[in-house]
Structure formats: structure tokens, C-alpha cells
Design a protein around this ligand. Sequence first.
Ligand code: HEM
Length: 455
Amino acid sequence: MKQPPTIPNTPPLLRNLRMFQFLWFPLPYIEDRTKRYGDICQTKRQNSPPSVTICNPQAIKEIFTASPENFDVGVQNKGLNFLVGDNSLLLLDGKEHQRQRRLLMPSFMGECLDDYSHQIVSITEKVTDRWQLGKPFRVRPFMQEITLRVILRVVFGLDEGERYDGLRKLLSSLLDGISSPLTSPLMFFRWLQKDWGPLSPWGRFLRLREQVKQLLYDEIRERRDLIASGKASSRKDILSLLISAKDERGEGMTDEELHDELITLLFAGHDTTASALVWALYWIHNIPEVSDKLRFELDNLGADADLKEITKLPYLDAVISETLRIYPIALGTFSRILKSPMSIGGYDFEPGTSLMVSIYALHHREDLYPEPKQFRPERFLQRQYTSYEYIPFGGGSRRCLGAALAKLEMKLVIANILSRFQLALTSDRPIMPVRRGLTMAPPDSLKMVLKGNGE
Ligand code: HEM
């Protein structure tokens, strides 16, 4: 059996230090690991199966094109049940996972996306109209409000009203409470998940989660009644679709199953895109040449260009692609656990092996992306990357369900903001990604300011 390089086991203290480094300074950790052990390497612990990390395009192709039946979901996904429940798409595998994806997928494709375009623009205008000339503002809360309103619309068909206002505030607080660089370990270590009362981080999380649950159950019950009385027959949103869906035995989803799927989409669907939007605004305003080229492309479109034309602009597309390359929001894909023996990248792996594709390490390969630390959208105009060389949304049977929606949102929000405002960063200090729960994001403190014409 041919095996990849193995990272040597270290004493527990050193191992904990490495874990600490991975949690708070993951980028140097990943760069160092790739340099030392190559693009396929593994760790082995006593009494547990190997854990393999991969950033080799050929091996990635073999994983992404293998039958989904070859893999189980990893412990990482299972550990998310505290947030998304046991029936979430993230925790399903095999046939049930594929069935649920087939049900949801049409809402994130084709005509449905066209329907969302106008809503994305009007939500962007509504939220950014609150910016005041000369008054610095933190960028993240605004981008988060946009993406949260968009996903509420996609999931429920509405984003206004008392219940939605409540959901928006609660969801933001819920996620912020466990995603700051300080509180993120709550997501990784079960022993930190202790309820020491409403003021403790976990106690606060549990209480907020209960309030969100109540609002979602209220909405589910109300929508069921509407559908039963034939008053929601024209609704195309995801909740109506899921309530009407039946499995092969003719049975519909329970309230609990519906709740878990809704909360999964609400979480997966807004925080990631908000981080990506903040990065895009940062890069565009950090490099004058990028902002000039983008404005030139947008200006050339003319005032009454339709939204489809905006989504096809090559330089805008390249800026969005480079934003998701240089600091991918998810550093790696979800782990896949092998169910039967498999050869990958010329190595042989046993059942039980955990496979994780390192998105960051792949996106920083010198042979694919010369000078990988430079933000250079042109690379996407000069070369077409395959779906095993460029993977901000993962791939294969677990590829991000909302990839097309996220890219659409990024293009329309950025184009809208750039054509309406002259913004500037309040500091020219370079910024680095910080941990935000399972993902990496720009620091929360990133500020911009609205400038008058000619400033
Ligand atoms: C820039 C924004 C986003 C990024 C970078 C991103 C990235 C990812 C990545 C890397 C994965 C794991 C894929 C794998 O393991 O191969 C994933 C999964 C997923 N994403 Fe996204 N995502 C984004 C936005 C969204 C949006 C808008 C939605 C909308 C609902 C969404 C829903 C999901 C779901 C449901 C999964 C799990 C898919 C499954 O297990 O079958 N994501 N995403």
C-alpha cells in the first residue's frame, strides 16, 4: 500500500500548540504544512483512522468525481448539529442527501436567480441609503444585513414584518455570539459548551437559539395553514416548496425537519456571502487600479443596462473570482469519510480515512497562481481554471448549494454600490483574515467612509 507523507506525531503539549495555531493563525500553519509535507499528507493518531489533507488538482478531481456513495459525512459536519439540528442537509449523506439536494437545487438556479436579481438590488439600495457623507461606518453590519435580507426572501419569500425583523436581529446576534475570534472555540470544543447562565457565551447562545426556533416554528405552522387553505398556491419560496414536497412513500417533512433545513440555509447562506462582500469592497478600494478598471467597465454599460448584462461583465467577474481565491471564506471543504478502500493521487486509503481538500493551499499554489499573495484579477482573464484548480465553493456531490446565488449577489451588490457611491477605506493598513467560527473573514472593525464628489 502506497501511503502519503505522514506528519510526525508530537507530544500533547506541542499538539495543543499546533491546534492553537490552526485556530487563530491558520494561514501560516497551512503554508508551513504544505511546504514541508507536500500536496497530499496525512496525520495518524493512535486508535483513530488517518486524516488526509489534499491540495493536488488530480487528487481533488478523483474525490469530486467519485460516487457520493463512497463517502460518509465527517465529524466536523456532525458537530454542527448544535446549530442546525440532526436533519440538516449538512448532516445527511448517501441517498437522503442527494434527494434533499435535488429538492432544493432548483431554487438556486436559472429562472429563480433571475427573480432574485431585482430584489438584491432593491435591498442593497435600501440598506446603503443609510450611509452618511463623511461619517465612517463599519462595513460588515451593512453587508450582513443585505445578505440576511436576501436569504430570508429566498427562503420565505418575504423579508419584512415583525417576525422577519425579529429573525434578522436574533440570527445576527446568534451567529455573532459564537463567531468572534474570541468565542469561535465554542464551535470546536464541546467542553466549552456549558450553560453558566444567560450572560455566559454558551448560555446566551442557547437562549437566542430557542427564540429563533420559536419564530421558525410559528412561521412553519402559519405557512402550512395557508397552503392547506389554498392561499399560498402561487408562492415559489423554499419554505412553500419544502412543505409541499413528498417522499417516495408520499409523506411530507415534519416541522422539525423543516426547521433544521431552514436554519441551515439561513446560516450557510448569509454569513459567508457577507464576508466575501466585505473582502471585495476592501480589495477594490485598496488597489486604485482595480477600482478604476471596474468603474470604467461599469460606466461603459450605460445607465439603463439590465441586470443580466452586469452579471456578464468580465472584469467584475474576475474581481469576484480573485476575491474568493486569495482569502477563501472556507479554508477547506467539509471532510469526506471513506466507506470503502480507494486510491487517490496514487496513494491507497482504507475505509474510515478522513479526506479534506485544503481550498486555501490549492488557491496559493505557485504553479497555478504565480505570486499567489498578490491580488490580481487579470489571472482569471488570462486563464480558464478547472473546477479542481479553483474551488471556493468546494465540489462534487457536496458542492455549495448557494454558489450561483452568492456570485450573483456579489456582482449585483458591488456594481450597485460602485455606481452610486464614492467610498474610501479609513485606513491604508493592510488587513489579514481573522477567524469567524468555521470560516475566515475580514476583521469586524474594517471601516469605510462615503466621500463627496471630487474628494
Ligand atoms: C461566498 C459565499 C459562499 C461560500 C464561499 C461558500 C462556500 C461553501 C463551501 C466551501 C462548502 C463546502 C463544499 C464541500 O464540502 O465541497 C459549502 C457548502 C454549502 N453551502 Fe455554501 N458558500 C457560500 C454561500 C452560500 C449560500 C448563499 C448558500 C445558500 C443557501 C450556501 C449554502 C450551502 C449549503 C447548503 C452547503 C452544504 C451542501 C451539502 O452538504 O450538500 N452557501 N459552501
